[in-house]
Design a binder for this molecule. Structure first.
Ligand code: NAP
Length: 256
């Protein structure tokens, strides 16, 4: 599908992709790429409305359709209310991308329990709550795609990221479990595990740390948000119809 056929449709008819944390970084690239592929986009953000608005405008300028909503995915009741008011019986939810994520890094012996809990709540709890609500809706249509943005560090671990690695490893378990449970309803569930990608999240790591990371990547460069978005677009497409419960690594060979 292309933009020209997508814009002839209304919001009630068009296939919709919901991208959590779709306002900037990897989520923004995913939103733009899925819009290119003909989906109407609903993106969420939590603290920066201006970034969300810019992404919506970019998608519209390219001929697509998008809407943005503030939603803290770490707040279970807010997720439930959002699906009830904006998704259920309003749009044709075809794809959910659980992309919203945060880090609160620190070494284990100094990590506060509240930082552990918040990272788990947003990265894993958010994906759980959104998947649960999306699955109720997609099950009725017996079709859907759920794609979870995990991380290479959920597979290999990383010093200073006990909370984040635990959340991302948990997300891989959630992916595999939901894939088995939802297959009979025509819903596929997969994860994309990015390596080190140039975004605000990695910018705060500092130049020396980044240089050391790049030296450890076989392809010798950081990934781009578009590298990740193309993998998501593939898993969302009909070309991936027989793929479920998988983790697609987009990491330049970092962990293979
Ligand atoms: P980012 O640039 O920091 O952007 C994070 C996005 O998530 C923003 O749109 C942000 O909204 C949103 N967000 C944060 N907390 C949220 C919450 N509680 N509820 C809803 N939305 C929330 O991050 P990124 O680098 O693009 O990362 C995107 C995903 O890829 C994350 O799951 C991350 O763990 C994963 N990942 C990233 C890398 C990497 O190298 N960058 C590698 C592997 C995996 P606001 O702007 O409004 O705060």
């Amino acid at each position: 599908m292309t933009h020209s056929s997508a814009t002839a449709l209304s919001w009630a008819e068009a296939p919709v992709a919901l991208v959590t944390g779709g306002s900037r970084g990897i989520g923004r690239a995913i939103a733009r790429t899925l819009a290119r592929d003909g989906y109407f986009i609903i993106l969420t953000y939590v603290s920066r409305p201006e970034d969300a608005e810019r992404t919506v405008e970019d998608i519209r300028a390219a001929g697509g359709e998008a809407r943005a909503f503030a939603l803290d995915v770490g707040d279970d009741a807010a997720v439930e209310a959002f699906f009830a008011s904006e998704i259920k019986d309003k749009v044709n939810l075809a794809v959910l991308v659980n992309n919203a994520g945060i880090t609160r890094d620190g070494f284990l012996i100094r990590m506060k329990s509240e930082d552990f809990d918040r990272v788990l709540d947003v990265n894993l709890g958010g994906a759980f709550a959104c998947s649960r609500e999306a699955a109720k809706i997609m099950s009725r249509r017996r079709a859907g795609r759920i794609i979870n943005i995990a991380s290479v560090v959920g597979q290999m671990g990383n010093a200073g990221q006990a909370n984040y690695c635990a959340a991302k490893a948990g997300l891989i378990g959630l992916t595999k479990s939901n894939a088995r449970e939802l297959a009979a309803r025509g819903i596929t569930v997969n994860a994309v595990a990015p390596g080190f990608i140039e975004t605000d999240m990695t910018a705060k790591l500092g130049e020396d740390v980044m240089k050391a990371y790049v030296e450890s990547i076989p392809l010798r460069r950081m990934g781009t948000a578009d590298d990740v978005a193309e993998a998501v677009a593939f898993l969302a497409s009909d070309r991936a119809a027989y793929i479920t419960g998988q983790v697609l690594a987009v990491n330049g060979g970092l962990y293979c």
